[in-house]
Design a protein around this ligand. Structure first.
Ligand code: SAH
Length: 196
């Protein structure tokens, strides 16, 4: 099908903040994603104590789940409300500190230290700030990125992962002429083009 109808669409950060403010967050799910449960072994590949990245994390409940398994979770999210809701909804105490390398950014960290959520745009991050990751859970992330920013997003993600990392990506398939997105329709050919 033709993705041309979505190519020009842009959702601004301000619009995302508004969605959170209005409670317009149908993308958030209270239950763990069935595909993460199904492919958890692929993500972990027999390893423990991984560093796992959640791009465009929202308040994804899977962050708590993976942290409870002993992994170290890092997320990035523009909405401070989402980040604070995550910690309060899981009754997790946290502290908040500025990120010296990124003006205006804050990092929220669980007191136990195993969940760190950066409140800023993902495009402000680099491996010199957040390090590299052994695993990525990309759900509602690539498909939420504006089509014009996909290349930049993919290049950044490639930079943020270790050589022996696993990257789980969830996309949705539908007729892009019938919905404007997000989530945007990202065909497999596009994923191959972006990630090789
Ligand atoms: N992955 C989450 C949220 C998906 S919705 C989940 O599975 O529930 C996409 C999220 O990305 C929204 O919470 C939005 O506020 C956030 N977002 C949008 N653009 C962003 C950007 N450039 N940097 C960081 N977060 C962003």
């Amino acid at each position: 099908s033709d993705v041309g109808s979505q190519k020009e669409r842009v959702v601004t950060e301000e619009e995302w903040l508004q969605k959170w403010e209005m409670g317009n967050i149908g993308f958030h799910k209270e239950q763990r994603h069935p595909l993460l449960q199904k492919y958890l072994d692929v993500l972990l590949n027999g390893r423990s104590g991984l560093r796992i990245f959640f791009p465009l994390c929202g308040k994804a409940v899977e962050m708590k789940w993976l942290a409870d398994m002993g992994h170290s979770v890092v997320g990035v999210e523009v909405s401070e409300q989402a980040v604070k809701d995550f910690f309060s909804e899981h009754s997790l105490p946290y502290c908040e500190e500025p990120v010296p390398e990124i003006s205006g950014a804050k990092m929220f960290q669980s007191t136990s230290g195993n969940i760190s959520l950066y409140c800023c745009s993902i495009y402000d991050l680099s491996s010199s700030i957040v390090g590299k990751f052994d695993g990525v859970w990309d759900r509602g992330a690539l498909v939420a990125v504006n089509p014009c920013d996909r290349q930049r997003y993919a290049s950044l993600m490639i930079n943020l992962v270790e050589k022996n990392s696993s990257y789980l990506l969830v996309t949705v398939s539908y007729d892009p002429n019938k919905h404007k997105g997000p989530p945007f329709y990202v065909p497999e050919s596009e994923i191959k083009r972006l990630f090789g």
